[in-house]
Structure formats: structure tokens, C-alpha cells
Design a protein around this ligand. Structure first.
Ligand code: GTP
Ligand code: MG
Length: 301
């Protein structure tokens, strides 16, 4: 998979305030207020920001830190800690494993299915895609194109078919063909519509009935929506046991700070990030690299 290079540039810009901490100003209330404001501006969210500030203040007292530069190092450490408490591995323990992709409209579910298919196919895994978005015919056509370009097989149903049965069929097919992984696309749905959320619950239940096991239910979130993503995650988590988050469109977003709000407020790990529209544009989420990239200020500005 790709390595991250310039894709976090917009997010890095929103954290540019912190380059000022390199100027060794004294640590006083004014500085704490500025740090707090900068974190909120960077979409870290009010709750996560308060927690981060609290820890920073306690630790900086303990360590008797007196310069703003040392606070920057402490901030990096604290941000990494807040992300590292989760296991970001994807679970392939089913036989076959079923990974279900869920989320609201247009967040990048289908593209993420394709990216994961491409990644796993390149590792010589046999991958079956389930066209669980039966809402419109164009959805399975879109997935079929990706399947062809990623070397994956596709199981689809008629337009309007029950998505649960399409995903179930794909799992049985995978088992018969010795494929290890089923990637199930689903239709975009509003998290506020309870009938649509119940359908998801059914999809997971039915997929577990046959030969396979649902080992991942991945919520796809669009990073450009910032704090709204939190509400989406809370609603989806009420209907299905989310095992991870795929945060897409980080390449165009300046709201990557949302990652810290997700880590602080939801006990759901971010497992993958999307950094473009191509099938290669997906990378495993690495807290260390993420924090270093967004707080990297080679020259004082
Ligand atoms: N820049 C960028 N664009 C992305 C990324 N992921 C998806 N997209 C784009 O977002 C748009 C929607 O992607 P889809 O994969 O169709 O989204 P979806 O969630 O399946 O949409 P629905 O099925 O309509 O709910 C497309 O134009 C994608 O190319 C990403 O990581 N970065
Ligand atoms: Mg789709």
C-alpha cells in the first residue's frame, strides 16, 4: 500500500498554530488558552480538547516544564497516546471472513471496498465482493468495474433484492471457492432512519448464519464533514457492533483533527484512512506517523 506524503497537508495547516510553540514563550494561562483554542479550531472537538489540555497541564507541572517548546513535545506524546490505545488490526479470523462496509450516502464505502479488495488481492488473497447496495442498479455496476480492475470476484443481486441475501450468497460462494475474504458493500443510509438501521442489523445477523463470520463492521466516515461524523458514528454504533472506522477523503480535508475527537469520544479504532480516489489510495492508520505529519514544522513559520 501507499505511504502518506503530502496528503495531510490541509490538516497540517490547521495545526500550524503549534509551530509557534517552538519559539520558547513562557508557559502561562495565555498560552494554555491559545492552545485550547487552536485545538478546537483544528476540529479536535471541545470534549477531546478539554481532556487533552487537562493531561498536558498536570504533566507539565509534574515535569516542571517551563518552555512552550517542551509543551509541543508533550502534546505530540499525548496525541499519540490518545490514538494508540486501540488495536488497529483488521480481523481475518473467519473462514471466510466477512467485512461489512456501512455509512451514510457518498462517504466512500464502495471506493473503500475496492481499495481493500485491491490491497488484499495484491497479497494473493482470494477476495469476493458482495454488491449489497441493491438500492440502485448503478451501484452494482460501479462495484463490478472495481472488481474487474482489482482482480476480485463479484456476487450481485437484482435491483431491489434483499441485501442480506446477496451478502449471504457471496459468503456461501466464497466458502465453496475457498476464498478467504468477503467484502460487503451496502447502500448509503441516513443514520436517523431507524428502518434503514434495522436493515443493517439484519445484514450482519444473516451473514453470520451461513459458512462465514462477520469479523469486521467498518463504518466509513468522510473526514471533510468534521464533527458531524461523531454523531453518525454514535447512531450506527447503536444498531451494529462497529469494529472500526475508515476515515476517507483526508487528502482534501482540513479536518483531520476529527481523528482525536473520534479516539477520545468513541471506543472505536480508526483502522484505515482514504487519501484519494484511486484504488491504491488507502493506508493503514498509524498514530505515530499521523501525529508526526500534522505537527511537523521543519522551518518556523
Ligand atoms: N479525494 C477523495 N475522494 C474519495 C475518497 N474516497 C472516496 N472518494 C470519492 O467520493 C465519492 C463517493 O464515493 P463512493 O465510494 O461512491 O461513496 P459511497 O459511500 O459508496 O456512496 P453511496 O453508495 O452513494 O452511499 C467518489 O467520487 C469517490 O471517488 C478519498 O479517500 N479521497
Ligand atoms: Mg456506494
Amino acid at each position: 500500500m501507499k505511504k502518506i506524503s503530502t496528503e495531510l497537508e490541509n490538516t497540517r495547516k490547521t495545526f500550524s498554530f503549534f509551530s509557534r510553540l517552538k519559539r520558547n514563550s513562557p508557559v502561562d494561562n495565555g498560552l494554555w488558552n491559545e492552545i485550547e483554542e487552536a485545538l478546537i479550531q483544528a476540529d479536535v472537538g471541545v470534549t477531546a480538547t478539554s481532556r487533552i489540555i487537562e493531561v498536558l497541564q498536570v504533566k507539565s507541572k509534574e515535569l516542571r516544564l517551563s518552555t512552550s517548546e517542551s509543551i509541543l513535545d508533550l502534546l505530540k506524546e499525548q496525541l499519540k497516546n490518545s490514538l494508540q490505545k486501540f488495536n488497529t488490526e483488521l480481523d481475518s479470523g473467519g473462514d471466510p471472513s466477512v467485512w461489512v462496509f456501512v455509512g451514510v450516502n457518498g462517504v466512500g464505502k464502495t471506493t473503500s471496498v475496492a481499495k481493500v479488495a485491491n490491497w488484499k488481492s495484491n497479497e494473493n488473497e482470494r477476495v469476493v465482493l458482495a454488491a449489497g447496495d441493491t438500492f440502485r442498479a448503478a451501484a452494482s455496476e460501479q462495484l463490478e468495474k472495481w472488481a474487474n480492475s482489482c482482480g476480485a470476484e463479484l456476487i450481485k443481486g437484482a435491483e431491489g433484492a434483499d441485501p442480506s441475501s446477496v451478502i449471504y450468497d457471496a459468503t456461501e460462494y466464497a466458502q465453496a471457492k475457498n476464498a478467504s475474504l468477503v467484502l460487503a458493500d451496502t447502500a448509503g443510509r441516513l443514520h436517523t432512519k431507524s428502518n434503514l438501521m434495522q436493515e443493517l442489523e439484519k445484514i450482519v445477523r444473516v451473514a453470520n448464519k451461513g459458512s462465514g463470520t462477520v469479523t469486521e463492521v467498518l463504518l466509513v466516515l468522510d473526514a471533510t464533514v468534521g464533527q458531524n461524523g461523531l454523531q453518525q458514528a454514535k447512531s450506527f454504533a447503536e444498531s451494529v457492533d462497529l469494529t472500526g472506522i475508515i476515515l476517507t477523503k483526508l487528502d482534501g480535508s482540513s479536518k483531520g483533527g476529527i481523528i482525536f475527537a473520534i479516539a477520545e469520544e468513541l471506543a472505536i479504532p480508526i483502522k484505515l484512512i482514504g487519501i484519494g480516489e484511486g484504488k491504491e489510495d488507502l493506508i493503514p492508520f498509524d498514530p505515530e506517523i499521523f501525529v508526526e505529519k500534522i505537527l511537523d514544522f521543519p522551518e518556523e513559520s
